[in-house]
Design a protein around this ligand. Structure first.
Ligand code: HCB
Length: 217
């Protein structure tokens, strides 16, 4: 099967909530020599975007999104070891503290970004989902003086607002100068990053790793 056809089928397996088909196609794409990153960005993530738009248009409902997410997770279980295969040795690149904002349980993008940072040599402290800003502050304080980047995800406009509070709290605790701050997720824009005084955002996981490496230089 041609690569483009496989990407379309991977996309459709997410949109149609075909959990076993998604796993089969992922294995097939890997066997064809397609990179894990291309499988994600050109196939699976495109499907997740479509299902999200359909949800917004009330064409599908929560149970369908949950099944699409399950299909994506099945594929990610196969792809994650591939992404970390060529892990770059972490020569003092630093530690990434990754987390999803309070009130937000969307973890697919967060896991992807965390995996890519790990694959690019960062040591990882993954705080998981629905994380209080207080927990992030405590973790940053524990590592004061080390090379640290905070990597926060928010998929909802409501949870994104917590990123501003986090930036304010970092200032109050005199921690702002000792950490870099990168935030992402669908609602996060360059304008928002400027407004809250963070350092960067990124469109996707590969970009996030690239940008994180650059701002940690
Ligand atoms: Co959910 N949901 N959802 N959802 N969901 C969204 C996010 C909406 C946009 C859908 C919509 O309305 N169009 C919407 C939010 C609207 C808004 O606030 N603007 C929404 C809503 C409303 C909700 C609920 C409130 C629905 C309800 O209960 N009525 C509820 C909230 C639960 C909660 O968090 N408290 C809910 C629940 C769910 C699930 C459980 C069914 C499921 C999540 C499963 C899981 O993650 N374990 C889900 C899903 C899957 C989605 C959509 C369809 C896909 C999200 C996703 O996984 N995308 C999403 C629609 C959409 O985003 N278009 C929808 C794929 C990943 C790979 O992309 O953007 O997460 P990503 O990450 C990228 C990128 O942003 C970047 O790199 C990643 C990898 O390439 N990135 C970073 C991410 N983090 C970064 C950090 C950095 O520093 C840098 C870059």
């Amino acid at each position: 099967m041609a690569n483009e056809e496989l990407f379309d089928k991977l996309r459709d397996s997410i949109v149609n909530q075909d959990i076993s088909g998604c796993v089969e196609l992922t294995n097939e794409a890997l066997a064809e020599g397609i990179s894990a990153l291309d499988i994600i960005t050109k196939g699976l993530s495109v499907g997740m975007k479509i299902i999200g738009d359909k949800f917004e248009a009330a064409e599908v409902f929560l149970p369908q999104i949950m099944m699409s997410a399950k299909a994506m997770k099945g594929a990610m279980e196969i792809l994650t070891p591939e992404l970390v295969k060529n892990r770059v040795a972490g020569e003092e690149i630093g530690t990434a503290i990754t987390f999803v904002a309070e009130g937000d349980i969307h973890d697919i993008g967060h896991r992807l970004v965390t995996t890519m940072l790990g694959a690019n040599g960062f040591d990882i402290i993954d705080l998981g989902t629905d994380v209080l800003n207080e927990t992030v502050i405590e973790e940053a304080a524990k590592h004061k003086g080390e090379k640290i980047i905070l990597v926060g995800s928010a998929l909802m406009t409501t949870s994104m607002l917590g990123q501003k509070d986090l930036m304010d709290r970092l200032g109050e605790e005199k921690l702002r100068d000792s950490v870099k701050c990168m935030f992402g997720g669908a609602p996060v824009s360059d304008g928002w990053i400027d407004e809250i005084g963070a350092d960067a955002t990124a469109e996707n996981a590969a970009e996030a790793a690239k940008i994180a490496l650059k701002i940690m230089e």
